[in-house]
Design a protein around this ligand. Structure first.
Ligand code: FAD
Ligand code: SF4
Length: 339
């Protein structure tokens, strides 16, 4: 690992100032990085994929609002430095937002969840093996303009939705699917002061600049995620399908939240993981089911709509069928929940 400078800060503003000096197109490639749990960042520094010169250690901020889970006017505020394990076990999260608790509990391992923060989790990088191995030259995300080794290489874990000619890497996280399904907001502090953006605007599809993964500006620190109240949050779940039943990333997953009225979907929210380049809201599938009875026909029509725009490569065509089945099973199980 290359040498770096370690700077600890005691306020979100100081953190943002320390990181703003670096003006780069992609904050994730910035020479200054925030250090939270370090479970993505240090990993990638050891692999020489990320090469920051300065780590701004934000862990001291855990003692303030960034480390708290609070409710306010029916909405839930999750501080960005809350550890995944603590959010997954929080009684209000488990009772009122099961999809959040399950998406966290089904991620990584207990040891990682004890270290890893919510803010770091949503900003984790792809697990594309060509991205993580610097001996491969061709990776537009790591090395802009170099090509994409996955297009003609081993692309079984890669995305089928939101892909481009430049990059087909899948977004690996679980928690983000729950956030986007529930219309979460992101609280930021940075060079433009404090601001709030919809979670759906945080990640960017690869298009022809896969190295720019988020809409964050240099120095932006995520301080919290805010989940609005909704009649659908209690009847919600996260279904994760993977090669082995623990300690593995999703091949396909679905976050579902449902407000049911006599068997009909008064409101429904669906997000898909493991199959897309970014956290993926399946709005087309929601439109098919909204106001309709949840039955075999409507579920199949919704699954078809969700994957109508899928683009597959040599080894990942199975994800279309798997993704559809995952969506159908998740909505079926959500409809059967006793709340
Ligand atoms: P860090 O590594 O500290 O930071 C990650 C990135 O986010 C850095 O670029 C950092 O600068 C930035 N950052 C951190 N906090 C902030 C903030 N508040 N504001 C702005 N920028 C910030 N995840 C899943 O979802 N599902 C899985 O199944 C899964 N399996 C895993 C298996 C293994 C073996 C490993 C190593 C990881 C796995 N993960 C999985 C990923 C893991 O959950 C993430 O590594 C972790 O959540 C990252 O959080 P962190 O606090 O350690 O982030
Ligand atoms: Fe790089 Fe994306 Fe291609 Fe993977 S899929 S090699 S991350 S450009």
């Amino acid at each position: 690992m290359r040498p770096f400078q370690h700077v600890a800060v005691d306020s979100a503003q100081a953190a943002a100032q320390a990181a703003t000096a670096a003006r780069v197109a992609s904050p994730l490639q910035s020479p200054t990085q925030f250090l939270a749990g370090g479970t993505t960042l240090i990993d990638l520094m050891k692999l020489d994929v990320m090469r920051p010169q300065t780590l701004v250690d934000i862990n001291p901020l855990e003692r303030g609002p960034l480390g708290r889970i609070e409710t306010e006017n029916g909405s839930l505020r999750l501080g960005a430095l809350v550890r995944m394990a603590n959010a997954a076990e929080h009684p209000i999260v488990k009772r009122d937002y099961p999809v959040i608790a399950q998406s966290l509990k089904l991620a990584a391992s207990q040891q990682l969840r004890n270290m890893a923060s919510l803010g770091g989790n949503v900003l984790q990088r792809t697990r594309c093996s060509y991205f993580r191995d610097v001996s491969y030259e061709a990776c537009n995300k790591r090395n802009p303009g170099s090509g994409c080794a996955a297009l003609d290489g081993f692309n079984r874990p890669h995305a089928v939705l939101g892909v481009s000619e430049s990059c087909i890497a899948s977004y690996p996280g679980d928690f983000a699917q729950a956030l986007i399904a529930l219309d979460a907001g992101v609280e930021l502090n940075g060079s433009r002061g404090r601001r709030f953006i919809p979670f759906a605007m945080l990640h960017r599809k690869p298009a022809d600049t896969p190295d720019i993964e988020t809409s964050l500006a240099a120095g932006d620190i995520i301080t919290a995620f805010v989940l609005p109240a909704g009649a659908w949050t209690r009847r919600s779940l996260y279904l994760k399908i993977r090669d082995r039943s623990s300690y593995e990333f999703a091949l396909a997953s679905a976050a579902v939240a449902l407000d049911l009225d006599a068997g009909k979907a008064r409101e429904i929210r669906i997000a898909l993981g493991g199959v897309a380049t970014v956290p993926w809201r399946a709005k087309e599938a929601e439109a098919v089911l909204r106001g309709k009875e949840i039955n075999k026909e409507s579920l199949h029509a919704a699954a078809e709509a969700a994957f109508a725009g899928a683009r597959t490569h040599e080894h990942n065509a199975f994800k279309v069928a798997l993704g559809k089945r995952t969506l159908i099973r998740a909505v079926t199980e959500a409809a059967a929940m006793e709340i």
